[in-house]
Design a protein around this ligand. Sequence first.
Ligand SMILES: Nc1ncnc2c1ncn2[C@@H]1O[C@H](COP(=O)(O)OP(=O)(O)O)[C@@H](O)[C@H]1O
Ligand SMILES: [Mg+2]
Length: 378
Amino acid sequence: MTPPEGPLPLGATIGILGGGQLGRMSAMAAARLGYRTHVFAPDADSPGMQVATTHTRADYADTQALARFAAAVDVVTFEFENVPAATLAALEGRVPCRPGLGVLAIGQDRLEEKRFLERAGVPVAPWAPVHDESGLAAALERIGLPAVLKTTRLGYDGRGQAVLRDPADAAAAFARLQPKPLVLEAFVPFVAEVSAIVARGADGAVAVYDVTENIHRHHILDLSFAPARIPPVVAEAARGHVRRLAESLGLVGLMALEMFLLADGTLLGNEIAPRPHNSGHWTMDACACGQFEQHVRAVAGLPLGDPARHADAVMGNLVGPEGLAAWTGLLAAPGVAPHWYGKAEAREGRKLGHANLLMPLDSLAARPAGWRPPVFAG
Ligand SMILES: Nc1ncnc2c1ncn2[C@@H]1O[C@H](COP(=O)(O)OP(=O)(O)O)[C@@H](O)[C@H]1O
Ligand SMILES: [Mg+2]
């Protein structure tokens, strides 16, 4: 449907597909800007439902529930990129959706994503689609080893991928990884992983946050340092990449680009996420306008906020079950802004919350290699 002219009026309702922490923090930001929220998700007592004005608990394929949802909200966004495309398609005729189906579809499929990155001038590691075992042999021939075999859909936090070091690893990984098709990527000998977040408003204005350096543990984001310790030209290139992506998509909303940094300063695009991103959580406390508020501003047709960083920050993820044990200590720690998601269980490997350690502007540049803030020890 044609998007509304001008900003959503105060008191209007933003519909959010997905009930996770990204929707929760978007709903909290929306409330601060004077909007109501309506979360649509299949799971009971989800983090987003706990704070939204109202919610619908229904399957993403429930067309009657979707029709009622469309009638009850003024605009729709999503916090989870695996919302079925058919769900957004069912809504798009009835209510403005930001971002739209085209953006969602690219973010859901690693092959589409790589083609899109290449078209937009963001280089990626050599890759080849793998539809069957003969395709796997051909891809291995072309890409070589080590390589990473990934599902093209539904992967997250390192689930749905396997590192191949030996030709003998390939057949078992191919059999295990579901759903097909897969994609084989060259293993990237990166010196750092960085990400950049961009928002683009309905008026075409663009805001880009400072580049973040990300450390993973067991394939799950562990720490994000803002700013990344990279040469200014590399930071400018990363910001330029994400800005170009937003512009070439005609994005109205927020998106993140994960990148690998090579020793020679080259940046390779890894994946995009057309929604607030875990590596942008530091912006909640270290910027006048954090990524969730920025997301809401874009979706609501408001002018974008100021993405400038007023402090250095280290974001530490609180992952179950250790994250629960760390919570009380973080509440008492100076300079720490804690965020809890309200998940029902502190299950192994689940993100339960995060905390932002704020530090004086430009103090992080002097950190020793491998430094971990003591407050996030263990
Ligand atoms: N081609 C690659 N080379 C080296 N490391 C990789 C490669 N692809 C992924 N990784 C590692 O695995 C992590 C998760 O992979 P990613 O493609 O971002 O999937 P997801 O975040 O959806 O699980 C990356 O952040 C990186 O640490
Ligand atoms: Mg990733």
